[in-house]
Design a protein around this ligand. Structure first.
Ligand SMILES: [Fe+2]
Length: 112
């Protein structure tokens, strides 16, 4: 869901800068068959996004575009959060085992 907002913000900024956003060129979707595979695929994508946004921020600063740099930094912070979430899931799976992890995910919160 966050990424949809990111796309919206970036499209608005590109249009503001009189650019033409390309929305048809999408990255290949990696479909995981197991929970660990799904989380690892997500982790890879989040870390790639973190790297790409860091490069974009560097470029925006080089051309003196502070507003774009600020926007990209805001998105980068969210992507770092996503990467951290995936890392936490992997750590939990490694520590407690997949079955216990899945039970934890499905356990409904205690009703007072
Ligand atoms: Fe993300």
């Amino acid at each position: 869901m966050d990424e949809m907002h990111h796309a919206e913000w970036l499209i608005e900024r590109i249009i503001f800068l009189d650019g033409a956003p390309t929305v048809s060129k999408l990255n290949a979707i990696k479909i995981g068959r197991t929970i660990p595979e799904i989380i690892n695929n997500d982790s890879d994508d989040e870390l790639n996004a973190v790297s790409a946004y860091n490069d974009a921020i560097k470029l925006a600063r080089e051309v003196g575009d502070q507003i774009t740099s600020d926007l990209l930094s805001k998105i980068l912070a969210m992507e770092e959060g996503h990467a951290d979430w995936a890392e936490t899931q992997n750590t939990q799976i490694n520590q407690m085992g997949l079955e216990n992890y899945l039970m934890n995910q499905t356990a409904s919160p205690a009703v007072d």
